[in-house]
Design a protein. Structure first.
Length: 318
């Protein structure tokens, strides 16, 4: 795996505060965060928040050593009434120093009040180009909803015709919404992929089941190889939408994945014992364990080797 940014999407902490997200992601050792500003869903940051509040979040990020390199600002780009809202999202992303602004074509979690053809959407998006140029940002269109394949978004990106508008390939959404073969669809839009949401899919193809990476059937090794073969260094942003982790009462053994070129694994014996009540005392600690698990799974990416190992630290239940 070639070197690239590996971040965590704050949407993993849907229903929890941005402070919880920052604390958990920092505890796991990550350095990059994708902030979420999705109306009606996860508003960790949002244009209508006070300047004082936004400064407070920015300071917390700096204190935690987290770089907000991207922001999800999902808006219905088919709806002319929502265009001013997306301009505000672009400006908010710039305030945090983000290079990437993420959006689906339709509303991510609200009802669409308008629909439009790909040609009309492309014209709307062209209207954002002066702002993207001004703030030196890239808009990445997410595989989502009725635009649930990379092929569809590649068509829109081609109609826009700018390197500042690319595809955010969400590996699970392509299955859930697009019902496509991820490897084939990903390959068909590779030349327009500029960002990747690493999201797992389990259960039925149209079942809302997005567990921890390695717990489903998304073909991540093939996806990573395709990116490397294409010399595509798009950043990764981890997204997990099923936070149902059960921590074993007693941890006897777990795997420590070392960041070396061989991604060596060594068993680490532990006599640590935890009571369930102590572990779940705060949401922050709960989610710290979640992101820590993700970091253990993903460390081999930095060293060039993908491994899907069972961790004795945690298990999942539905």
């Amino acid at each position: 795996m070639k070197n690239r940014i590996i971040a965590v999407n704050s949407n993993c902490y849907h229903g929890y505060s941005i402070e919880d997200a920052i604390a958990g992601i920092q505890a796991a050792g990550f350095k990059y965060i994708e902030l979420t500003a999705t109306k009606g869903w996860t508003e960790h940051v949002f244009p209508d928040q006070s300047f004082e509040r936004l400064l407070e979040v920015k300071d917390k990020l700096e204190e935690a050593g987290l770089i907000p390199f991207a922001m999800s600002g999902h808006t219905n780009l088919m709806d002319t009434a929502r265009i001013p809202d997306f301009v505000k999202n672009i400006r908010l992303a710039h305030f945090f120093g983000a290079k990437y602004i993420v959006s689906s074509i339709g509303e991510a979690h609200l009802k669409d009040n308008a629909v439009a053809s790909n040609e009309v959407v492309a014209e709307h998006i062209k209207g954002f180009l002066p702002y993207l140029e001004k703030y030196d940002m890239v808009l990445v269109l997410e595989v989502h909803g009725d635009h649930g394949t990379g092929v569809i978004l590649k068509e829109i990106a081609n109609l826009v015709g700018s390197d500042r508008v690319l595809v955010n390939y969400d590996t699970a959404n392509a299955i859930f919404y697009g019902d496509v073969d991820v490897v084939k669809d990903f390959g068909a839009c590779m030349d327009k992929v500029g960002y990747v949401h690493l999201k797992e899919k389990a259960g039925g193809r149209q079942e809302w089941d997005f567990p921890a990476l390695g717990k489903g059937y998304v073909p991540f090794p093939e996806v990573f190889k395709m990116l490397d073969d294409a010399d595509n260094l798009s950043p990764f942003s981890i997204e997990i939408l099923r936070l149902s982790l059960f921590i074993y009462a007693t941890v006897s053994t777990f795997l420590v994945i070392e960041s070396t070129t061989t991604a060596g694994i060594r068993p680490f014996s532990s006599n640590l014992s935890f009571s369930i009540s102590n572990i779940f005392t705060t949401s922050q600690l709960y989610h710290s364990f979640l992101v820590l698990l993700l970091s253990r799974v993903l460390q081999p990416l930095r060293s060039g080797k993908w491994m899907r190992q069972g961790l004795h630290l945690c298990r999942e239940f539905s």
